[in-house]
Design a protein around this ligand. Structure first.
Ligand SMILES: C[S@@+](CC[C@H](N)C(=O)[O-])C[C@H]1O[C@@H](n2cnc3c(N)ncnc32)[C@H](O)[C@@H]1O
Length: 374
């Protein structure tokens, strides 16, 4: 089967690296998508292990269509019975960009009609069984029909019981961690931790807890899939989970956010590796060297908050300056962050946090000497 993996803008490099580490080689990422030929084992591995991907799909067809007849024929040509079942519940979602076909709801109903004609030979599908989420993407008259194996987006790890204010998506937090020099031997702190996404993702990564360890996936319920394949891969992964002595720190001034963070850490099974503290970031200090801060400070959506945000950025810069050879990675849409922080970034990377254009500013401390254990 042709597998297609999607990720958010700015996460491509991290996703490519993850796939490389999983043994898939150096795959090109085009428009936030990576393709390769694979099988059900790969669906299992990619859904279970990838920390930075949005969804894992089976690409069922790719063809050109400038009208609904061509769309219908293209969908009808797919061997639906090879992947799905007559009892399935088909949820079709569509997007049309710069194409002759631009009516989304008609695209959805034509697609469903073609699936029904092929699978149920004209009868009405009972739709009583397992879910098949089908995505039809038409971009510049080019149609791709994707069967979504993940179900809900892969950022839903299963630990976020409740959503805090302005939480970062788990997949984005994980990609950002991948862009840092942090590894489990270095101190870690998020000085504006909110609901704890960076801290929890870092702890899961450090202890080899697979990203999808706690959640369900649609493909596990597909009638053509043998569930024992996934159980075996998950059991292998379980045997590789570590219990290393690490301690990752999160500071925040909002107790409601911190109680969410603690709850999330508990559900994720990392509570003994993390410490969430109700403190102003101005109180942060550390005698340790070579630590890493990864954070996204408040950015002040309203103009009235701008002065307060500027003060926070200035004081954050002072806290950083007092630390010994620490590195700081800060995700913010504040364009004059370097001036406020009081230091030029060693590297800047454009990243979207949802619809908000942000920059990840990397301020690098000296690396630990080569002789020290990494
Ligand atoms: C953009 S949110 C961080 C969201 C977080 N990354 C998450 O995933 O939930 C910024 C956080 O900074 C906290 N904050 C604001 N001023 C602070 C200060 N002086 N010290 C520590 N935390 C502060 C807010 O309470 C808020 O939770």
């Amino acid at each position: 089967m042709r597998i297609c993996i999607s990720c958010a803008a700015g996460c491509e490099a991290a996703l490519k690296r993850e796939l490389y580490k999983l043994g898939y080689g150096d795959l090109p990422a085009v428009n936030g998508r990576v393709h390769f030929e694979g099988d059900y084992d790969d669906l299992c591995k990619c859904n279970l292990f990838l920390r930075t991907a949005n969804r894992v799909y089976v690409e069922l067809a790719a063809f050109k269509a400038t009208n609904f007849d061509e769309l219908f024929d293209g969908v009808l040509n797919i061997d639906w019975a090879a992947y799905t079942s007559i009892n399935g519940k088909f949820d079709v979602v569509a997007k049309c960009v710069d194409s002759h076909i631009h009516a989304i709801s008609v695209t959805q109903s034509i697609t469903k009609k073609a699936i029904c004609k092929k699978l149920a030979i004209g009868k009405i599908l009972s739709e009583s069984g397992e879910r098949y989420r089908v995505e039809v993407a038409i971009v510049k008259d080019f149609v791709s029909v994707l069967l979504d194996s993940s179900g809900s987006g892969l950022h839903r790890r299963g630990y976020r019981a409740l959503v805090g204010e302005a939480p970062l998506k788990e997949t984005l937090a994980s990609a950002i961690l991948d862009y840092t020099v942090w590894n489990r031997s270095r101190p870690f702190a998020d000085l504006f931790c909110g609901s704890g996404t960076f801290v929890i993702e870092a702890a899961m990564k450090a202890q080899n807890i697979p990203a999808g360890y706690m959640r369900d996936f649609d493909f596990l319920h597909w009638s053509k899939f043998n569930a024992s394949t996934f159980e075996n891969i998950k059991a292998d992964a379980k045997a590789k989970i570590l219990d290393e002595p690490i301690r990752l720190i999160g500071y925040d001034i909002d107790e409601r956010q911190l109680s969410l963070a603690r709850k999330h850490a508990q559900i994720a099974g990392v509570e003994k590796y993390v410490h969430f503290q109700k403190s102003d970031m101005r109180e942060f200090s550390s005698a340790k060297k070579y630590g890493v801060i990864v954070t996204n400070p408040p950015y002040g959506e309203r103009l009235s908050e701008r002065k307060e945000v500027e003060k926070i950025m200035r004081d954050y810069g002072k806290v950083y300056a007092s630390l010994n050879d620490w590195s700081a990675y800060t995700l913010t849409p504040v364009t004059d962050f370097e001036r406020l922080f009081g230091k030029k970034a060693d590297k800047k990377r454009k990243i979207y946090n949802g619809p908000i254009e942000c920059c990840l500013y990397s301020m690098m401390g000296n690396p630990p000497p080569k002789t020290e254990k990494k």
